[in-house]
Design a protein around this ligand. Sequence first.
Ligand code: NAP
Length: 285
Amino acid sequence: MELREFGRTGFKVSLFGMGTYYDPGWIAAAKLLRMQPRSEVHLKAIKTGLDNGINFIDTAEIYGTESLVAKAISGRKRDEIFIATKVWRSNLDYDSLIKACNRSLRNLKTGYIDLYQVHFPNQRIRISETMRAMEDLVKEGKIRYIGVSNFSLKQMIGAEEALKSNQLTSTQMPYSLVDRKIEEDILPHCSERNIAILPYYPLGHGKLGSDNSALSDAVRDISARHGNKSLSQIALNWFYSKHTNVFPIPRASNPDHVMENVGSVGWALEPEEISGLEGAVSQAR
Ligand SMILES: NC(=O)c1ccc[n+]([C@@H]2O[C@H](COP(=O)([O-])OP(=O)(O)OC[C@H]3O[C@@H](n4cnc5c(N)ncnc54)[C@H](OP(=O)(O)O)[C@@H]3O)[C@@H](O)[C@H]2O)c1
């Protein structure tokens, strides 16, 4: 599996990570019934990815899947896996954030979190307070790197300015062939500062290609040239062929899809194929 350095961390991660947000119904039920996530098929999906060289997993306290991740990584070398989790927006004051991190560490059954992300901004809590807690966690060795998610460019800059002795490592935003809004502002800012981007909904939340015959035609031609690659494989390869510091996190909910995604690595789209795909998407609008 091809690996690339994640931002300026020095840590090399697989070109895509495994998302573990399954569905809102499950989250609500798990919270209400105080249930542990126990889906065997989800666990098998994550383990399949790890067995095939995917060393990067994204979770969040709100997903209820941190303990599933703990099961998946159990018995493996911790320092070869990059674990990203997120603190929910209601826990961004100093004390709540420290408590949330300790909870996540217990759920994940690990001594440290590689990437701790603020899941959503919260206007009621000063970003300086949130980042002070984050930096104290770095000092204590409980987290390695600090990231954000769903922050506008202005909010990202606010977070960067609030950090005293660390730099912002990453941001997580919706981004795909069919949603390229971040290319207008966030992406150039991140490229300039070597901030990694984790695109969520990298497959358009499963709706990629539906109702888009121009995209289907472009994909058919590209697929034929690259050994019958699927739409998902082409849509993921689009990220790696276009960028060096962008790591999509398609969800790992079944082993077949994970294996399909493993096949998105190890080849590259030509520049004219990239523009052909992008042109086909805008043509359909
Ligand atoms: N930061 C945030 O606020 C935020 C918000 C949403 C999501 N996320 C993160 O981003 C991850 C991905 O988002 P997502 O799951 O909603 O969207 P996605 O990965 O774009 O799409 C997942 C959907 O596509 C289907 N699919 C079809 N082919 C697939 C393939 N080869 N690989 C994976 N899925 C395939 C899946 O079906 P199957 O389930 O049958 O595989 C599922 O219905 C989440 O798991 C989570 O970690 C973050």
